[in-house]
Write a protein that binds this ligand. Sequence first.
Ligand code: SAM
Length: 296
Amino acid sequence: NTNSTKDKRDIFYRLAKEEGYRARSAYKLIHIDEKFKIFNGVSKAVDLCAAPGSWSQVLAKKLRENCQEMAKTVSVDIQAMAPIPGTIQIQGDITNLSTAKEIISHFEGDKADLVVCDGAPDVTGLHDLDEYIQAQLLLSALNITTYILKLGGTFVAKIFRGRDISLLYSQLKIFFQQVIVTKPRSSRNSSIEAFVVCKVFQPPEGYEPIMYNLLLDNTSKSYFENINNPVNQIIVPFIACGDLSGFDADRNYPLNTPTGSSSYKYSEPTQKPIAPPYQKACELKKTCELAKQENE
Ligand code: SAM
């Protein structure tokens, strides 16, 4: 039967059923921890995009072993999730400020030691689009993480190793001292999925976590209140170059402005366009036929 065929083909799918995990992805988090010890000293953890809940099961178990009654795991997903003992569950969107506020309300004024995100949008099958949406989801996860993670904390998230991956690494490096990408052996080789392990959360000095999303949310009150924070504006370093006291590309200058030659003389362009899109219009204009065609 087809079920036993799948058991034979996928050892982690079979193990998950045997060991009581809701999904085979549990082993990805277990393998990441074996290598990077992400649960060391962790008593408060958040699982973003948690349904059906196998990562939350791992978190609940590991934190219970770490610190018994102090342990607290909060799991979030847009979709409903069956309850997991020892886990607080929130049904919500990770791109919403209200979700971020609800998460930290469970930590009594404190923040999380660890945030994990195995989020994935519905795959369309169009690779470029899937990579783009996955990158957007990772940035949303980073955005909410800057709101709910304590200084020095750890962030683990799924990424697709696509063409623009170095741009994502640079964004993560702005917020974490250490950024490593890893592929657990339980993650299929045929998938471009990998995971970033980001340690020692250290946002730039003056950065305020405000959770606005320019694409979705540019009319919100918090956006306008915080847009003037220079650190939030300059997430990607901006470096001006050239002679900054020289000519200004946006100004008009009188024709006798000294540009090296003493008086103004018109010069032809060094190389005119070979086949400009307006070529036909120029030819018609020369024979006064352009206006005629327009009138017709
Ligand atoms: N780690 C989970 C486990 O081990 O059971 C599996 C997570 S599953 C691959 C990805 C989840 O991301 C889906 O349940 C989906 O609903 C959730 N998701 C996608 N976008 C989301 C968003 N904006 N907010 C909250 N959850 C989201």
